[in-house]
Design a protein around this ligand. Structure first.
Ligand code: TEU
Length: 564
């Protein structure tokens, strides 16, 4: 049955994520800034995208590059001023671009005034803004922390002889959502940004906000995986509904929650329209595909399989077939570059695989999220020395390995594929020494392949460039609402070389063929009946075959056909 279509700008829009630290430096300190984004607005507009998601730009001591916020109503000094921000927003509105900000409210920085007050005394008015465990109760029950060298989420604080909870670094204490004052503070700051005119929020680890504040010992059912355990908070949906009622429902805005630990079975709890919570969320199933079981940062020994890749996307499409709406992404600031991870960044296959993956994202149901540099096929940097890494995640896990006498060489081998810094190297604008990102030494080394064609300037005037294919494919999605709203049917389910599917809306049908193989592939589509397949777009030459339903694909070729 065809789902009833409710058209929304955030369903039809294409998102471009900007990690401002790495996008464009204009102040000359080696760090990207807001003026840098302003400088590149015409470029961004030229991509055909509609929405920018900006990673955190708020005041922050940068323990975790802006995900540790010390003032939610001010701009990070390295990035500029509020006047710069206002100029950015105005420049975007002029160009018809929407702005989605990052909302990081599971935790704040320990340098936020709330925490500074909270730690002063046990009866401070802000005490209850955070989770404290008085030392006289003994050592608190085990909780795991992402960026803690000891993996311990409890940090002892001498001033009040108590421990505070930090699911991320020691400088990211968790806010206590159980306190209604905290929730009101969050709604107020959201309102502040909406009143300025921002168009929505991407909500950082929103699935973690609710906690059992008795902090019981881990239950018997606990299986060693903290992420799903953290995302199972008892009041999570009460808070999201309250947030919706208090703020979101008053504006025409887009919300996308980052939801580690949320599987298919709980998906609709967040996005079923009737529940009035969020519009979309990011699941982590794909991000776990090439990782060891339960280990988000450890590459699996076995290569990932295309059939599994298809299974994940097909299953998630089914969840939202009747209710809710999905999101599609292949990389972001936390995960390696898509072409290196899901495609093939060797010289031979780079162009086809980068454009094939773009075709995939732009021909699936669900809002597509691109990450800066993906439009030019930026690749993993694969740093060899620990001194080149800047990410707290890599650095602190390295320290842990060092302390435990772990194998540091294999640690670095793993980080070459897994580290978040792979995705954070500066945007490659041209072939000059710092890739046009900055006139001084960038905060994180530039990938040297900006000299070999992976940069905007070299690709701009070239017909067959990853960049220009991206623009063309964006236009294809815009011209064909079936690719946005149509139903999805998986074809060639058990094939390990080609991902094939149809998209159907009323009497319009499209066939999408994506090769994930380094070899030529000849496939016959038998699941659907058609007489003629008219080509809509392809990233390689088309080789006609004898039968109508047979297709020969070059390595990593992508084609979309209209079926008649
Ligand atoms: O990430 C949350 C998250 O679940 C991380 O585990 C993510 O999977 C990890 O970074 C992968 O390496 C969010 C932000 O996206 C991340 O940048 C922040 O560091 C984190 O929250 C804390 O705010």
């Amino acid at each position: 049955m065809q789902k009833e279509i409710t058209r929304q700008w955030w369903k039809e829009g294409i998102v471009y994520q900007i990690y401002p630290r790495s996008f464009q430096d204009t102040s000359g300190n080696g760090i990207g800034d807001i003026q840098g984004v302003i400088k590149r607005l015409d470029y961004i507009k030229s991509l055909g995208i509609d929405i920018i998601w900006l990673n955190p730009v708020y005041e922050s001591p940068n323990d975790d590059n802006g995900y540790d916020i010390s003032d939610y109503r001010n701009i990070m000094k390295e990035f500029g001023t509020m006047a710069d921000f206002d100029e950015l927003l105005a420049g975007m509105k002029e160009r018809g671009l929407k702005l989605v900000m990052d909302l990081v409210v599971n935790h704040s920085s320990d340098e936020h005034e709330w925490f500074q007050e909270s730690r002063k005394s046990r009866d401070n008015p802000y005490r209850d803004y955070y989770h404290w465990w008085p030392a006289e109760k003994g050592t608190p029950p085990e909780r795991w922390s992402f960026f803690d060298v000891e993996s311990n989420a409890w940090k002892y604080d001498e001033i009040t002889d108590a421990y505070y909870l930090h699911c991320f670094s020691v400088k990211q204490p968790d806010l206590k959502w159980e306190n209604p004052k905290v929730r009101q503070e969050v709604y107020d700051l959201m309102q502040f940004w909406f009143e300025k005119g921002v168009d929505g929020f991407r909500m950082d680890v929103i699935s973690f906000i609710s906690k059992d504040t008795d902090f019981p010992e881990l239950p018997e059912s606990y299986n060693g995986e903290f992420i799903p355990f953290y995302s199972n908070g008892p009041k999570l949906h009460d808070y999201l509904q309250e947030m919706n009622q208090s703020v979101l429902s008053q504006y025409d805005v887009m919300t996308v929650g980052e939801a580690p630990g949320i599987g298919i079975d709980r998906a609709l709890d967040f996005v079923d329209e009737e529940r009035n919570e969020l519009n979309m969320f990011f699941h982590f199933d794909l991000m776990e595909l090439d990782r060891e079981e339960g280990e988000l940062f450890l590459m699996a020994k076995e290569p990932w399989k295309l059939t599994e890749f298809k299974k994940i996307h097909s299953a998630w499409d089914t969840v939202f077939a009747k209710k809710g709406w999905g999101s599609m992404f292949l990389n972001n600031h936390d995960f390696p570059r898509s072409v290196s991870r899901w495609g093939n960044d060797s010289k031979t296959h780079w162009y086809n695989s980068a454009t094939m993956l773009q075709t995939f994202l732009l021909s699936m149901r669900g809002t597509p999220f691109f990450y800066y540099g993906e439009e030019i096929g930026m690749t993993n940097v694969r740093f060899k020395n620990i001194t080149d890494y800047q990410d707290i995640n890599t650095i602190n896990r390295y320290k842990t390995a060092e302390q435990n006498g772990g194998d540091l060489e294999s640690f670095i081998e793993n980080e070459k594929d897994a580290s978040r810094d792979n995705a954070r190297t500066p945007m490659q604008w041209d072939t000059t020494d710092n890739a046009g990102f900055s006139l001084t030494k960038p905060w994180l080394k530039v990938n040297s392949n900006h000299k070999e064609g992976i940069n905007v300037a070299s690709q701009e005037g070239k017909k067959n460039s990853v960049l220009n294919y991206f623009r063309q494919m964006v236009q294809v999605r815009k011209d064909h609402p079936t690719l946005v709203y149509g139903s999805y049917q998986l074809l060639l389910q058990s094939d390990e070389e080609v991902y094939a599917y149809s998209r159907v809306l009323e009497d319009e049908r499209y066939l999408v063929l994506l090769s994930f193989s380094t070899k030529k592939a000849i496939k016959t589509i038998t699941e659907i009946v058609f007489e003629k397949a008219e080509l809509v777009i392809s990233n390689d030459e088309i080789y006609p075959t004898k039968q109508n339903n047979q297709f020969e694909l070059m390595p990593y070729q992508a084609c979309i056909y209209k079926l008649v």
